[in-house]
Design a binder for this molecule. Structure first.
Ligand SMILES: Cc1cc2nc3c(=O)[nH]c(=O)nc-3n(C[C@H](O)[C@H](O)[C@H](O)COP(=O)(O)OP(=O)(O)OC[C@H]3O[C@@H](n4cnc5c(N)ncnc54)[C@H](O)[C@@H]3O)c2cc1C
Length: 591
């Protein structure tokens, strides 16, 4: 049942309280309520999905943020690496969380990414092999909206067919598809074709998979939460903000945190409920550390300075934020078929939208792009003389190139004329680390977000190399006569200094903050959660959201997060406490 008034909740006693009906939170809510004996409450600051078609139409995803009623409208602190520009930093604030407003890219990352998680946590369950059952459990591979033959564009054997989350390849062919494939043949050393980038080896150029089924968005609301709402053991409280977690007891010297405080406004009544089993924080990589710090869990000195009484000194809360900087490289093209048509001509947009409404076909059925490349610097790149390779391994990319049949830029508005191709380069293995910190002790104040975009030598070096690679790609013979010129800021970036200036002036982000509540090994002196995702040094409190990745996945993070959440649900159901073994005295006995 959905409630929007805390005083109306059907029960005062829940086994589990989940904070945030977002991407990960809804997976946990669905899986825990499969057991009819588990009573679950989900508390969500945003509202239910209101039927606005923008929430369903894949191509319109870019219109859902920033600065809409569906998002937390944050802005970064001035970004040193971007000439001190401040960048909009939206997160989903709606049932489904960021999965309800994101751009639908479905990319798992490389097996090396996950094997590194297993290595740093000491838990083989986080390896590629360990998570494989959950990849299948989560996915439902569906035919594309136009029903075309997908042979050679995706390998069905690598995908689930009966999970909740629908995925597919493009459902509307565009003029770039053939040119891209031709370029992978012509420039195969640098841009080899990859039939399925979700095999564990994403490297090369291939057809994008997206969280789309039947021509519309599939998200954690449609796939996981809404289908479970008929269960009598699931309550969802919307329009309600969790303001803090509080201690409800202790076992030995370990505090138990099963209390949750919440309110609908800073001046309105505050409510409190205790979970009988666990509280699960799934408020996302910005708000989960915010809630922990508001609760006195974080760096004790910083909390004290804000007048918050420290309850548990856990300095890494909010630190280690990793994100993927994004740069749109724009080229004028000789075409009248790009998606620019719909943004320039309302009549065309109207006709395409009607087609989508009537039978879920046409231009509106796809995410922005049909083709994506995941690429590495050459192993003899000069930067490796100064910096160890930050990628998780030889299968993990350093940068991504998203190929778009039209103008797609966050930094530069569409000029209102012409037809364009965007080669969007994203830095995938950044070494910069940012943070989330509290602005004040008021839970309704936005936290400070430092995304640390292009803040290191490696990051700027790699972004410059990615731009050069995009230029080489656009010079493939398939684009002769099609690409007419580069947009001036790119065209004018001719030497190293002007390339750097161009990157710093035009880079923004693809909004993949991770790592702010990082997972680490049981006995590690750093990190925020243990390999079972319990907040270190507590009982009754876990985190399941994008904050737990100790290193940013070499991918758009939703697919990795769904796998993590599916496994986390099993850990919670089983009550697994791997680290408690370390606390047993005999573990240390030198036998
Ligand atoms: C514009 C944009 C486009 C993106 N595109 C892609 C993409 O194409 N592919 C991809 O893989 N990734 C994409 N991402 C990233 C990806 O969607 C996120 O990493 C992922 O969805 C995060 O999931 P989460 O569970 O950590 O948090 P969320 O899904 O954000 O869930 C957190 C939930 O908690 C709620 N909440 C927060 N604070 C409180 C509180 N105090 N009380 C109650 N509720 C609270 C929020 O309202 C939200 O519903 C995109 C992100 C953005 C912003």
């Amino acid at each position: 049942t959905i409630y929007s008034d805390p005083s109306q909740l059907s029960s005062k006693s829940y086994d589990y309280i989940i904070i945030g009906a977002g991407t990960a939170g809804n997976v946990i809510a669905n899986r825990l309520t499969e057991n009819a004996d588990s009573k679950v409450l989900v508390i969500e600051a945003g509202d239910v999905r209101d039927g606005n078609p923008y929430l369903e139409v894949p191509l319109l995803a870019t219109q859902l943020s920033p600065n809409t009623s569906y998002t937390w409208n944050y802005t970064t602190v001035p970004q040193q690496g971007l000439n001190n520009r401040q960048i909009p930093y939206p997160r989903g604030r709606i049932v489904g969380g960021t999965s309800s407003i994101n751009w639908l890219f479905w990319t798992r990352g490389s097996s090396n990414d996950f094997d590194r998680y297993a290595q740093v946590t000491g838990d083989p369950g986080w390896s590629w092999f360990g998570l494989m059952p959950y990849m299948y459990k989560n996915e439902k591979l569906t035919p594309p909206a136009d029903g075309h033959n997908t042979t050679g564009q995706i390998n069905p054997a690598l995908h689930g067919t009966s999970g909740p989350l629908e995925i597919s390849v493009y459902g509307y062919a565009n003029e770039l598809d053939d040119k891209v494939v031709q370029t992978t043949k012509e420039l195969s050393d640098e841009f080899p074709y990859n039939e399925d980038q979700n095999s564990g080896n994403p490297l090369g150029v291939g057809f994008l998979q997206a969280s789309i089924g039947g021509g519309q968005r599939s998200c954690s609301a449609s796939a996981y939460l809404e289908p479970a709402l008929s269960r009598s053991n699931l309550d969802v409280l919307v329009q309600t903000t969790v303001t803090k977690i509080y201690q409800t007891g202790q076992t030995g010297s370990t505090p138990i945190f099963r209390g949750v405080q919440f309110a609908q406004s800073s001046s309105g009544p505050h409510y409190a409920l205790n979970a009988t089993k666990e509280v699960i924080l799934s408020a996302g990589s910005i708000n989960t550390p915010q809630i922990l710090m508001l609760s006195g869990i974080g760096d004790a000195n910083s909390l004290q300075a804000l007048g918050i009484t420290p309850v548990l000194d856990l300095p890494d809360v909010g630190r280690n934020l990793s994100d993927h900087p994004l740069l749109s490289n724009l080229f004028a093209v000789n075409s009248n078929k790009t998606i620019d048509t719909i943004f320039e001509d309302p009549a065309v947009a109207g006709a395409d939208f009607s087609q989508w409404e009537s039978n879920r076909t046409g231009l509106f059925v796809d995410a922005l792009s049909n083709n994506v490349g995941w690429l590495r610097l050459p192993s003899n790149a000069s930067i490796f003389q100064e910096v160890a390779d930050p990628a998780a391994g030889p299968l993990s990319p350093h940068y991504e190139m998203i190929i778009i049949d039209g103008w797609a830029s966050i930094a530069d508005p569409q000029p209102g004329y012409g037809h364009w191709m965007s080669l969007v380069t994203n830095l995938i293995s950044p070494t910069s680390r940012g943070s989330v910190t509290l602005a004040s002790s008021d839970p309704f104040d936005a936290p400070h977000v430092d995304a640390a975009l292009l803040n290191s030598d490696f990051d700027i070096f790699t972004m410059k190399e990615a731009i050069k690679a995009a230029r080489r790609f656009a010079q493939g013979s398939a684009f002769k006569g099609f690409v007419t010129s580069a947009y001036p800021p790119l065209a004018n970036a001719t030497d190293d200094a002007s390339l750097e200036q161009y990157a710093r002036e035009h880079t923004t982000t693809v909004w993949h903050p991770t790592g702010t509540t990082a997972m680490s090994a049981c006995q590690a002196g750093h990190g925020v959660v243990d390999p079972d995702l319990n907040v270190k040094g507590t009982i009754g409190l876990r985190v399941v959201d994008a904050g737990i990745f100790p290193f940013i996945p070499g991918a758009h993070p939703q697919a990795p997060l769904y796998m993590v959440a599916e496994r986390a649900a099993d850990l919670i159901k089983a009550g697994t406490q791997l680290c408690s073994w370390y606390d047993r005295p005999f573990w240390w006995f030198p036998w």
